[in-house]
Design a protein around this ligand. Structure first.
Ligand code: DGT
Ligand code: CA
Ligand code: CA
Ligand code: ZN
Length: 573
């Protein structure tokens, strides 16, 4: 199995954090982070470069020593140095670095100065007010630590869906090729397309469970086997991701797939429904007494409990069974419904590709339009455009559009919403754009009321078309800023403004539940990738999956329409 660039980058970032906890030279720490960034952003895989015998030191930030370490990881999947350093740093300190605002240095200070050993100790210190007494920490940090530790998911690693996909795809291929496996599927939260997954649940159909499982556990990426029997096995992959495998006979395929797809609450609701009809439902089938009346397919199983098949993305016990009963399930949007993308960056701000490259990539996806939304001037670190530069870009786009048939670039901008809710550009220039996306990129720590008011003020401007990534969250790294979504949705509805569902798998902002709130209020959603390079236009699929989890159909999504209709919908009174 080839080692992914993201894995190598993660090893170096982790090593840098550990070294920082140990008090290593800051230059050395930075060198590993820089190397990680180089590797992550490189379009070719390190594995390919090493295999081709090419020289890694030609990459920026990679010297002889790092080249050697990259080669070691590519060849062995591991880095010996990481293991050595890691054994010298307490796990609890590493764990504490996952609290936003607590970097390696601060975590080390906390543990040392307060003589803490565990995360439990840290919580207690926060509760007793001992953290605010340390130099460099205030009451605010202390409250933040306490809040983070009280989230029930703290300490249990979850994987973003795109990270999980990197490992799930090859592993599923492996399982499908095992002799005696007639079909295999990944069930669980992965099949429900949740934004993060706790582990992978693989289901395989076959008669000889033990043989299949023996073969399964030979998979190259497995580092430890927690259990291994005749029908099930639990293993851990090199990256730390846990995998459950279940083998069932093909007569139970549908019922097992249903059981392991979950969610647990949906499964329980179905079981109760079966019971009401005098039937018994479990992973082996649907039974009338001892007679199996369904089990081979999900379709038939649902049918026998009086329901149409329910898409896995809806199986969250959020009213899908009631809706199915009265044939009121939504006609979910699909990838093919998408006709263009309304949020993308180019080299002019912080993107990697040119206007033309982005346009060509969009054309290859059969899109009819692509909105170019580079940052506005306040985003200095992200190369925000000046008014002059935006004017030039508008002209360049107009010229370029003459060379396209059946496609157009849209002139737009991702305009910063300033602290007081005003916009980073005056109306004079905004009125020259095809559409205006507005986003919050600063002052995340305002109160909920203030933040909500700020965004509503921005929407007051009738030139504003779409609010970008409305909650600002970064999955696993930054919680949403406090904002009242219900109020935002009502305000958007009143003003005829749209909300974005940002399809970047690190954002997926709005969440599924928030999409549904918008939908129920009749607010139109734009599914946009926020692509910073051509390849990221493919992230649209994650956005579509999230929209489906939010019960959206094509008509509730803005960019399922041709541009003329979109333009009409965006024109506000
Ligand atoms: P995850 O892994 O945390 O992202 O979430 P899931 O939904 O993949 O949960 P997981 O891996 O614990 O279990 C996979 C499925 O197996 C779950 O969605 C439903 C089913 N399942 C697991 N435990 C139970 C249980 O105690 N009762 C029922 N009815 N189903 C269960
Ligand atoms: Ca799972
Ligand atoms: Ca599981
Ligand atoms: Zn943004």
């Amino acid at each position: 199995m080839p080692v992914h660039n993201s894995e190598i980058a993660e090893i170096f970032d982790h090593l840098a954090d550990l070294l920082e906890i140990k008090g290593a030279n800051p230059f050395r720490v930075r060198a590993y982070h820089n190397a990680a960034n180089t590797i992550r952003g490189n379009s070719r895989s390190m594995t390919d470069i090493v295999d081709a015998g090419e020289n890694l030191t030609e990459l920026p930030n990679i010297g002889e020593d790092l080249a050697g370490k990259i080669t070691e990881i590519v060849r062995t999947g591991k880095l010996q140095l990481l293991k050595e350093v890691s054994s010298k740093v307490p796990d609890a300190i590493v764990e504490a670095t996952r609290i936003p605002g607590v970097g390696p240095k601060k975590a080390q200070m906390l543990f040392q100065q307060l003589s803490l050993r565990t995360i439990g100790d840290l919580r207690q210190a926060a509760e007793e007010g001992r953290i605010e007494k340390i130099a460099g920490f205030g009451a605010k940090t202390q409250a933040k630590i306490l809040e983070e530790l009280s989230h029930s998911d703290f300490g249990t690693r979850r994987w973003r869906i795109d990270e999980a996909e990197d490992f799930a795809g090859p592993l599923l291929d492996w399982v499908r090729k095992i002799e005696g496996v007639s079909k295999a599927e990944i069930a669980g939260s992965y099949r429900r397309r949740k934004e993060t997954v706790g582990d992978l649940d693989i289901l395989a159909a076959g008669a000889q469970g033990r043989k299949i499982i023996d073969h399964f556990t030979e998979y190259d990426e497995i580092v430890s086997i927690a259990s291994k029997g005749a029908t099930r096995s639990t293993v851990t992959l090199r990256v730390g991701l846990q995998v459950d495998l279940r083998v069932v006979g093909k007569e139970s395929w549908g019922s097992a797939l249903h059981y392991f797809t979950g969610s647990k609450a949906h499964g329980i609701a179905c079981r109760r429904r079966a019971q009401k009809r005098g039937l018994k439902l479990n992973e082996y089938g649907l039974f009338n007494g001892t007679r199996r009346i369904a089990g081979a397919t999900e379709d038939n199983l649902y049918k026998k409990i009086g329901l149409p098949w329910i898409d896995p993305v809806l199986r969250e016990a959020q009213g899908e069974i009631e809706a199915a009963e009265v044939s009121a399930l939504p006609a979910l949007i699909t990838r093919d419904d998408i006709r263009g993308d309304l949020h993308a960056h180019t080299k002019a701000s912080d993107g990697k590709n040119t206007l033309r490259e982005m346009a060509e990539a969009a054309i290859l996806k059969d899109y009819e339009y692509l909105a170019i939304t580079d940052h506005s001037k306040s985003q200095r670190v992200a190369g925000g455009l000046s008014e002059r530069e935006l004017e030039d870009q508008i002209e360049e786009i107009a010229r370029m559009n003459e060379s396209f048939a059946g496609f157009r670039l849209l002139s737009s901008c991702e305009v910063d919403i300033l602290k007081d809710g005003s916009l980073d550009f005056p109306d004079k220039i905004l009125s020259k754009l095809d559409l205006v996306v507005v986003s919050v990129h600063s002052d995340f720590n305002m109160s909920e009321a203030e933040q909500t008011e700020r965004i509503i003020r921005a929407m007051d401007n009738p030139l504003v078309s779409i609010v970008g990534h409305p909650t600002g969250r970064l999955i696993g790294t930054r919680r949403p800023y406090p904002v009242n979504i219900e109020r935002l949705v009502i305000a958007a509805k009143e003003r005829g403004c749209c909300l974005e569902l940002n399809a970047d798998p690190q954002r997926l902002d709005l969440s599924d539940v928030q999409c549904r709130i918008a939908r129920d209020a009749g607010v139109m959603i734009a599914i946009s990738t926020d692509a910073h390079k051509c390849g990221s236009l493919d992230n649209i699929q994650y956005g579509v999956d999230q929209a489906r989890r939010g019960w959206l159909s094509a008509k509730e999504v803005l960019n399922t329409r041709e541009w003329k209709k979109v333009a009409r919908l965006l024109t506000r009174p």
